[in-house]
Ligand binder design. Structure first.
Ligand code: GLC
Ligand code: CA
Length: 492
């Protein structure tokens, strides 16, 4: 078996810095808070962390509206704090992946302030400006509450494009100066020792230059245009100026073919977040087919990545129930490919309840962004101050760490097992027949993994020792309990 790259070996753990740990009592998580909790990440044996944005930002979209992509927002700390975090992570054997937001900037970025100042400004064409008595076409923001993807700017009497909030004007990637400037942002962070990038909304950086309407067209015109592949190759060339770095794209497309096209041939993305997988219903056949389809399409050209939670999507425990969330964890770690875990997923957190007067996000994502509950108590060990979103301390890292039956213990066991067993990391993968509602596969013909998607017991012939079960009350013997998933060694 070929040696795996670091980004293929184990889980990549997503940190939402605002909500991970607050070191100075202002109620908002920060970089020093992360360093203070590296022991948690080591105990989870994570291969890398991916940090959601900590750059300078007016925080309209909580950091995804970047006003200076080459500096740390004072709320999160300083560049020195970032260097310290990278050094501490590396000392602990943890790689650092950061978010790179290429599709748009904040409306307070100096580039946009220049661009909007006059039609003749040299930066005018760095963003997308059009004339019109109304919005120039029928494109809408990804955020339902925002409506049209265009805002009229009085100063110069034109409309600018924003695929997200109006505070997030889209950059014009058809302008080579923009591409070059964004490449320099990559170099800035790679020079500081960053190991990889998560490319935010990457399918959005290539749009129909004719800006045609969606209506009546067979496909969307505001994303995933053919130019994406040249642009990905350009990004990859920059990343390949450095050793052993990785790029993972947020490829939010509902078409496996298109996703795989972003990965192919070794000169585009290393990994893609698969948004077909994340939308599947909790059914064995849906997952089984989707996994097989990906494997068939990607064949030898691409390495899979599997994720089921992030800072934008409802949590598994609320979508499918707590038992299914645990079974899904077994699936993520036992599939061929890189598992992504979002902070709090290891605790099996559900979507939090947010009282109406505490709602802050434009797109309803507060319930999945509440602070990490570290310890019992008012601030949940997250903060000594008033947390920016409510903390629920009904379950905590401390309590789960001491509980052999907890979700956290399960995640630690899964991570350890993946380190122990080469078959789980890079063994071949073959689906095998199983009872209705059960998805089962073998890795390297040595290890069996099976997930019962049904809420009733199902038969399963276990030809060996169960190494881990999602069900702490597993009775033993053959078969799977309701929503139970297991990994077992195969005899012989
Ligand atoms: C991505 C991020 C999301 C953000 C959006 C705009 O989808 O995951 O949180 O709001 O891009 O940057
Ligand atoms: Ca803080």
């Amino acid at each position: 078996m070929a040696e795996l790259a670091w980004w293929q070996r184990g889980a990549i753990y997503q940190i939402y810095p605002r909500s991970f740990a607050d070191s100075n009592g202002d109620g908002i998580g920060d970089l020093r808070g992360i360093v203070a909790h590296l022991d948690h990440l080591s105990a989870l044996a994570v291969e890398a962390i991916w940090l959601s944005p900590f750059f300078r930002s007016p925080m309209a979209d909580f950091g995804y509206d970047v006003s200076d992509p080459c500096d740390v927002d004072p709320i999160f700390g300083t560049l020195e704090d970032f260097d310290h975090l990278v050094a501490e992570c590396h000392a602990a054997g943890i790689r650092v992946v950061i978010d790179w937001v290429p599709n748009h900037t904040s409306d307070r970025h100096p580039w946009f302030e220049a661009s909007r100042s006059s039609r003749d400004d040299p930066k005018r064409d760095w963003y997308v400006w059009r004339d019109g008595d109304g919005p120039p076409n029928d494109w809408t923001s990804q955020f339902r509450a925002v409506g049209p993807a265009w805002t009229f700017d009085e100063t110069t009497g034109q409309w600018y494009l924003h695929s997200f909030m109006r505070e997030q004007p889209d950059l014009n990637w058809d302008n080579p100066e923009v591409e070059a400037a964004m490449h320099d942002v990559i170099r800035f962070w790679m020079d500081r020792g960053v190991d990889g990038l998560r490319l935010d909304a990457i399918h959005k950086i290539a749009k129909d230059p004719l800006m045609r309407d969606h209506v009546g067209a067979p496909r969307r015109h505001d994303e995933d245009w053919e130019t994406i592949h040249e642009r990905l190759r350009g990004i990859r060339r920059v990343v390949d100026e450095y050793d052993d770095r990785m790029i993972v794209g947020e490829v939010a497309l509902q078409d496996l073919h298109r996703i795989v096209l972003y990965l192919e041939s070794g000169d585009q993305l290393h990994l893609a977040h698969n948004f077909v997988f994340v939308e599947l219903p909790w059914e064995a056949d849906a997952f089984g087919t989707s996994i097989e389809d990906f494997e068939a399409l990607a064949d030898r050209t691409a390495w899979p990545a599997w994720f089921l939670e992030n800072h934008d999507l409802p949590r598994l425990a609320s979508r499918f129930g707590p038992a299914a969330a645990r079974a899904a964890a077994v699936m993520l770690y036992a599939l061929r490919g890189t598992p992504f875990v979002y902070q709090g997923q290891e605790l099996g957190l559900p979507d939090a309840h947010i009282p109406p007067d505490r709602v802050v996000d434009v797109d309803g994502r507060d319930p999945v962004r509440t602070p990490m509950p570290w310890e019992p108590g008012a601030g949940g060990g997250f903060s000594d101050g008033e947390p920016w979103l409510p903390v629920d301390d009904s379950t905590t890292v401390r309590a789960q760490a001491q509980d052999p039956r907890s979700s956290l213990t399960l995640f630690r066991r899964l991570a350890a097992l993946r380190r122990e067993l080469p078959a789980l990391r890079n063994g071949s993968q073959r689906r095998i027949d199983a009872a209705p509602g059960v998805l089962a596969w073998v890795r390297d013909e040595r290890v069996l993994a099976a997930v019962n998607f049904a809420g009733e017991p199902r038969p399963l012939e276990l030809r060996g020792k169960v190494l881990v079960s999602s069900d702490p009350d597993r009775a033993g013997g053959d078969g799977l309990g309701p929503y139970e998933a297991v990994i077992a060694a195969l005899d012989g």
